[in-house]
Design a protein around this ligand. Structure first.
Ligand code: ADP
Ligand code: TYD
Length: 203
């Protein structure tokens, strides 16, 4: 089973992905916890190219290619082998992030993102948790973590608002696999809801 976490920066995806991996391991599942961009050595190299440096370093189209190249490597080397071995894969972000960030942030490029996805990735998660929260709180949380990777956080509050709306629309577009989770609660409370839904899906 392939499970992904999506949502705006600072919504608590990484925290929840970690907690879910632990909960599933506790229930006896073999879990691979991974993230995007990155998750394999090659994709982590691409991560540095896209997340560090001048925000105008790449055109929107080039960025779609870079994120998709990273995802292809991550799929080939980590995700597909783990799923084939019967493991549960939990990924902090996946293709929905490209649909949102590259698809919506600099003009409407969603069609291009989807075409490239069909050509090069061609797989959707079985279950996607969209952690929903107030954009200002998310931005404050994301900024609280210092680091060199500020690429998208730099675009600020307006982008966070549009991304939040985009993720909610995505949940309507893919209702079979998406679950919207209220992220404005203590981590343990969010984690209990997420774990219960995931365990129910795993059967
Ligand atoms: P994301 O991966 O979505 O950017 P993180 O899991 O890294 O989010 O969380 C961002 C920051 O907010 C971290 O400092 C984390 O400890 C904190 N945090 C995560 N979940 C919660 C929560 N439910 N309530 C309060 N703070 C949280
Ligand atoms: P991430 O490390 O998950 O950041 P955060 O924890 O702040 O949510 O992702 C880094 C940034 O990469 C984030 O701003 C979203 C962006 N991103 C894209 O623009 N496209 C993508 O396809 C992916 C996977 C991430």
């Amino acid at each position: 089973m392939f499970i992904t976490f999506e949502g705006i920066d600072g919504s608590g995806k990484s925290t929840q992905a970690r907690m879910l991996a632990e909960a599933l391991r506790g229930a006896g599942h073999d879990v691979v916890l991974t993230r995007e961009p990155g998750g394999s050595p090659g994709a982590e190299e691409i991560r540095r190219l896209v997340l560090e440096g001048d925000p105008d370093r790449w055109s929107a189209e080039t960025e779609i290619l870079l994120f998709t190249a990273a995802r292809r490597d991550h799929m080939e080397r980590v995700i597909e082998p783990a799923l084939a071995a019967g493991k549960v894969v939990v990924s902090d972000r996946f293709a929905d992030s490209t649909r949102m960030y590259q698809g919506l942030s600099r003009g409407d490029l969603r069609g291009l993102v989807d075409q490239l996805h069909r050509l090069m990735i061609g797989r959707e998660p079985d279950l996607t948790f969209i952690i929903d929260m107030d954009p200002e709180t998310g931005l404050a949380r994301a900024k609280g973590r210092m680091g060199r990777e500020e690429r998208f956080e730099d675009f600020g509050a307006d982008l966070q608002h549009r991304m939040r709306a985009g993720f909610l629309a995505l949940a309507d577009e893919f209702p079979a696999r998406c679950r919207v989770i209220d992220g404005n609660r203590p981590p343990d409370e969010v984690g209990r809801e997420v774990a219960a839904l995931a365990l129910a899906s795993l059967g």
